[in-house]
Design a protein around this ligand. Sequence first.
Ligand code: FAD
Length: 106
Amino acid sequence: PPDVDRLGNHTWTFLHTLTANYPTNPTPTQQSDTRSFISLFGKMYPCWSCADDFRSWKAENAPRVSSREEFGRWMCEAHNAVNVKLGKDEFDCGKWEERWRTGWKD
Ligand code: FAD
């Protein structure tokens, strides 16, 4: 079975990097492709209990894909739902872009 922590860390890097490179003004096709990707991701993520919980969360929190800002925030909220479940600190979603796209301002 996969190492769930290593898989998770690398997968979050991929998912947040995906949102960081999402268009600011996505076309309808880009938006529907993104919804399809998220849906298939939830079926195929190879930690099955993680995938089950992700699909349940997504059922109550429909993917917001109308812009980079919306999609980035939505992904941050998805990650925070897992952080809460695991007893970790929540991440400040006002800072997702600084963490994953523009780099920390300091
Ligand atoms: P990670 O949580 O992997 O985070 C990596 C980095 O992302 C952090 O260092 C931080 O800089 C940044 N970050 C943290 N929170 C946010 C946020 N909200 N928004 C943006 N950036 C953030 N593990 C389980 O044990 N049980 C599960 O049910 C489970 N479900 C998962 C579901 C999914 C869809 C994914 C992708 C992973 C899941 N994991 C699960 C793995 C878990 O989320 C962590 O990846 C794993 O515990 C390793 O944690 P980490 O300390 O490396 O940091």
